[in-house]
Design a protein around this ligand. Structure first.
Ligand SMILES: *[C@@H]1O[C@H](CO)[C@@H](O)[C@H](O)[C@H]1NC(C)=O
Ligand SMILES: [Ca+2]
Ligand SMILES: [Ca+2]
Length: 361
């Protein structure tokens, strides 16, 4: 069992820790991981946004011998998908854990049948994608990404300049990216079956496109999470730990100073380590947050909706499911109705994704 004590941050955190539970939940730092440099650097950066995907689109590439060979490996490497029937379901909740996130109201939503990956996209899977397309992630291009302070080596910690004011346990770390989740002195070699981290919304979207898939809408994600259960908190029911068993990789102990890792993992876990829900889907809550296709808004009506795709535009994208950093006192977001948001260029050490696809009629 790993025990992490973050003494450096104890003093900084005291003022945060005494907040009431509800207030604290707002300040979990889940949505504060903006890249301040994105504004400073102006438009130039945006011009290159499509670069990673260009290879995939290039017809010459598509028909080259190399691409044909790789496509075999590719099919083998992609996640197994589960075909879900869709139909009417109840999305959101009338008993929101965090009302200001727009968890409510509960509403009737119709979905056409669709496929969804049975687990989060792993480092191994993402590696084949980057090997094949030479995609450079946004974190690699920006040169930094957000890492949870508690995971950093003393060396990296001593080089840090600033943290996020509202969530001091987040630090922008130079050289942190999907291959180096805790900064330049870390690697993924022993974590190829863990979910990929430090991927922006566009990175995730491009992976799914390469795979012939797409990101799930928030409605599809939530339908998948619920596993056919009606109005329950978690993918398996209302009790967090049925028969005293852990059903998800979350945080046990006192956030952010003490992670007892009672569930076996202080950080990410290999995918499929915890029980699947009734749809056969793993880690829908916990392990890593998952990007969805939708723009973020907290305003929903009770109107019945068919295949909703969220607002037309926005500044943030919706992420779902919470992560190994979620504890009830700070981030009670490991529920199917819970939601949070990040700017699309954000990346962090607890944020990944899975893909979905249309079911061809
Ligand atoms: C990606 O390329 C590296 C270097 O050639 C290789 O070691 C690795 O196995 C490749 N990964 C995949 C998933 O094909
Ligand atoms: Ca855990
Ligand atoms: Ca997850």
């Amino acid at each position: 069992m790993e025990v992490c004590v973050y003494s450096v941050w104890l003093l900084v955190c005291v003022s945060v820790c005494v907040r009431s539970e509800d207030e604290a939940a707002q300040h979990c730092g889940c949505n504060t991981l903006h890249r301040p440099r994105a504004e400073e650097e102006g438009e130039g950066e945006g011009e290159e946004e499509g670069d990673g995907g260009r290879n995939v689109q290039n017809p010459l590439y598509k028909y080259s011998e190399r691409a044909n060979k790789e496509s075999v490996d590719k099919e083998d490497s992609l996640s197994k998908m589960v075909l879900l029937p869709g139909g009417w379901f109840l999305m959101g909740t009338d008993d929101p854990g965090i009302p200001q996130d727009g968890e409510g109201p509960q509403r009737h939503v119709w979905l056409d049948p669709f496929y969804i990956d049975e687990h989060e996209v792993t480092n191994l899977q993402f590696q084949l994608f980057t090997n094949t397309t030479h995609h450079v992630t946004e974190a690699e291009r920006f040169g930094d990404s957000f890492v949870f302070e508690g995971l950093l080596s003393e060396e990296v910690k001593s080089s840090l300049k600033h943290a996020v004011a509202a969530a001091p346990w987040w630090s922008p770390v130079k050289g942190a990216d999907w291959r180096h989740p805790e900064g330049p002195d870390s690697s993924i070699t022993h974590r190829m079956d863990h979910p990929v981290l430090h991927v922006s919304w566009a990175d995730a979207q491009m992976y799914c496109e390469w795979a012939g898939r797409r990101l799930p809408t928030e409605a599809e994600w939530e339908f998948s999470c619920r596993g056919g259960l009606k109005d329950r908190l978690y993918p398996w029911g209302n009790k967090l730990m049925p028969r005293e068993q852990h059903y998800a990789n979350l945080w046990q102990g006192e956030f952010p100073n003490h992670n007892t890792a009672e569930d076996g993992f202080a950080q990410t876990s290999p995918v499929k380590k915890f029980p699947a829900n009734a749809f056969g889907l793993y880690d829908m809550v916990g392990n890593v947050w998952e990007w969805t296709a939708d723009w973020w808004s907290v305003h929903h009506t009770r109107d019945h909706a068919h295949n909703p795709k969220g607002p037309e535009t926005g500044s943030d994208r919706v992420k779902k499911g919470g992560s190994y950093m979620c504890h009830k006192s700070y981030c009670y977001r490991y529920r199917c109705a819970a939601r949070s948001q990040n700017t699309p260029d954000s990346s962090a050490s607890n944020l990944g994704f899975r893909c979905a696809a249309d079911a061809t009629p």
